[in-house]
Design a protein around this ligand. Structure first.
Ligand SMILES: [Zn+2]
Length: 637
């Protein structure tokens, strides 16, 4: 239905502008299908603070939050330029939008102008070209929406081709040189800023923009970063938000200014009462939206509300410790006290005691919530072959004979967006995981490594249920276990690599560099986790890691990993006697039987390859319980 509205809106505007001359003509190009997306989001979100780590969490949160608002700003600008309304948005998933616009006579010129204008703005302070917005579009006729002959699928492929071409031509060197000569911000950059001159030093967070200056609160920050800190502070304690989408935004397309009270770009509210108070004071303006961060179960809103996705676990440090003690939860209180001591410096602790407000948990804190060693788990996941599903029609996916239609694409992407936006967000919150982003068809979570590993199973279960067990829509997951002090950019990189490895086939999870391909007979990550516990219990404390490594080596023999290509070595056939010998030497007589049964069973199930057919061979998954056990034991040292 929404798709019909999009077509109808664009069509009406087109016919009106052309005096209804082409009405009924199905072969006139009447539409433009525009795709918008951000590039450079990752480096923007994860750019590390220069000198101080103090604001790191707030900045990170505010940046990832603002990215979705910035895209919304751009969409609203395009809509205004074309005289259409929000119903022309076909798809709005994390970082990507599709719009159906009327092909006015100067439509392409208009788009180019918007693009140029945006490019210029994003080249100025404080962005300096780090963020780019990609515009890709194709022209369409009414007949291109045809349900029968797969024309729409063809059009989608055409759009994807244009997108791919545009990806690499956002800036040419020539263009950049020209801008360096023409744009004031670039020309005067070295005059305004200097590391050597105390007065001209750049912002201590982004390291590129001028500081607000001495004597001001957070004077070592630039205006933009200062606003990010403010937003990052407000976010975890807010239930509602008002956002203005206007071209007049100070840092267009980012709405960043919470002040002044009468003319804010963005404002946050703790509860419904304060929101309503503000609405009385400053009535809802044109192109302003009210967002709710959670469904509060109250009566429907009289203004548009959209739910946002990111969850950030927070803490009140010592105040939480006190509360746990009051509730008689001694052990938890003691644990938290330890974490506070380990992960927060005095400045931050005092700040919390003074302001009595929750702050985002640091990565150190999240890592300490894992039993065993204090590592973080980073999880990245996305839906397999989404482009393929979109462009090759739903016939296969939905087992329906009719081919791809616009409304189906929209329905599926909305459904997936709902899954990642609402369902996953709730799951992440329950497990106290940090959702860096979740929406569209992908997600990125950070949390205690053990919780992340457990989350994978739950995610797969829920996703399967959500897609009604449809085997054609599958997920790939990449998990990395890292130290909490690893720079976030690297966290994003290593988990992306893990996801890429998983995606070499579909429906797979990659963890510790190993790929678990989910098909019949292959153990799940959860079952590997429980095997890790069995293994840990079996070898207990007195046996060193060297015993574990020897068992792993035997699993490698059994899997044929160490064999020459295409050959079965004698070694591979002899793994059982080797294991028997090893166990006999390391266990008491009465324990040998149990140990042997357990280890032999695991290796047979997870490692042993009796076939040479490549496609049938097991990827030695014994490595995963082995690696988990090694990790956990490291924490006990
Ligand atoms: Zn800055």
């Amino acid at each position: 239905l929404l798709t019909t509205a999009a077509i109808a809106t664009a069509l009406t505007v087109f016919e009106e502008r052309t005096g209804w001359r082409y009405e009924g003509n199905e072969d006139t190009e009447k539409f433009i299908l525009l795709s918008l997306d951000f590039s450079g989001i990752q480096s923007f979100i994860f750019r590390q603070p220069k000198e101080t780590r103090k604001w790191a969490a707030k900045i990170l949160r505010a940046r990832s939050f603002l990215v979705s608002l910035a895209l919304e700003s751009v969409v609203r600008k395009v809509i205004k330029e074309f005289g259409v309304n929000i119903s022309t948005v076909l798809l709005n998933a994390a970082g990507k939008v599709w719009l159906l616009l009327p092909k006015l006579s100067d439509a392409e010129e208009r788009l180019k102008l918007i693009q140029e204008d945006l490019k210029r703005r994003l080249l100025r302070d404080p962005f300096y070209g780090e963020i780019k917005i990609r515009f890709a579009w194709i022209k369409m006729k009414e007949s291109d929406f045809s349900l029968k002959d797969g024309k729409f699928a063809e059009k989608i492929r055409e759009l994807q081709k244009v997108e791919a071409e545009k990806k690499f031509t956002l800036f040419s060197l020539e263009e950049l040189n020209k801008l360096h000569q023409e744009e004031e911000d670039f020309k005067s950059y070295f005059e305004r800023l200097s590391e050597d001159d105390e007065k001209k030093r750049p912002c201590s967070v982004c390291g590129v923009s001028p500081r607000k200056g001495r004597g001001k609160e957070r004077g070592d920050l630039c205006e933009f970063c200062d606003n990010l800190v403010r937003i990052g502070k407000e976010l975890p304690n807010s239930k509602y938000m008002r956002v203005l989408f206007s071209e007049g935004l100070r840092f267009f397309p980012f709405p960043t200014f919470p002040f002044p009270k009468s003319n804010f770009e963005v404002a946050f509210f703790k509860d419904r009462k304060s929101l309503e108070g503000s609405l009385k004071e400053v009535p809802l303006r044109d192109s302003e939206l009210v967002y709710a961060f959670e469904d509060d179960g109250e009566s429907p809103y009289v203004f548009p509300v959209k739910f946002l996705e990111n969850f950030v676990p927070t803490t009140r440090l010592e105040l939480d410790v006190e509360e746990l003690e009051r509730e008689g939860r001694r052990e938890e209180a003691e644990r938290l006290r330890e974490i506070v001591k380990e992960c927060y410096d005095k400045e931050v602790r005092d700040q919390v005691l003074e302001e009595k407000e929750a702050i985002p948990k640091t990565f150190c804190h999240l890592a300490y919530e894992s039993e065993g060693p204090h590592y973080l788990g980073i999880l990245k996941a996305d839906v397999d072959r989404l482009g393929f599903i979109f462009s090759n029609g739903f016939a296969k996916v939905t087992e329906d004979s009719s081919s791809l239609t616009v409304s189906r694409i929209v329905a599926l992407s909305r459904m997936l967006d709902f899954f990642f936006n609402a369902v996953v967000k709730r799951m992440a919150k329950e497990k106290e995981l940090y959702s860096v982003f979740s929406g569209g068809d992908d997600l990125f979570l950070i949390g205690a490594w053990k919780k992340i590993v457990e989350f994978e199973e739950e995610l797969r279960e829920k996703f399967k249920k959500f897609t009604c067990q449809n085997e054609n829509i599958t997920l790939s997951v990449g998990i990395e276990v890292v130290k909490p002090n690893l720079p976030v950019t690297l966290m994003a990189e290593v988990s992306e690599e893990a996801l890429e490895r998983a995606k070499e086939t579909r429906n797979a999870t990659c963890i510790f560099g190993r790929r678990i391909v989910y098909k019949e007979g292959v153990p799940t990550l959860k079952s590997l986790l429980s095997k890790a516990s069995e293994l840990e219990e079996l070898i207990s404390k007195e046996k060193g890691n060297s015993f574990l490594y020897k068992v792993y080596r035997i699993s490698q023999l059994a899997s044929g990993e160490l064999d020459e290509e295409g050959k079965v070595s004698i070694e591979r056939l002899l793994w059982r006697p080797r294991l028997y010998y090893l166990v006999k030497r390391n266990f008491k007589k009465e324990e040998v039987y149990r140990a042997l049964t357990l280890l032999e069973g695991m290796i047979r199930e997870l490692s042993e390859n009796l076939t040479e057919r490549r496609s049938d061979r097991k990827n030695n998954l014994f490595y995963i319980p082995f690696a988990i056990t090694v990790y956990k034991r490291r924490g006990n040292d």
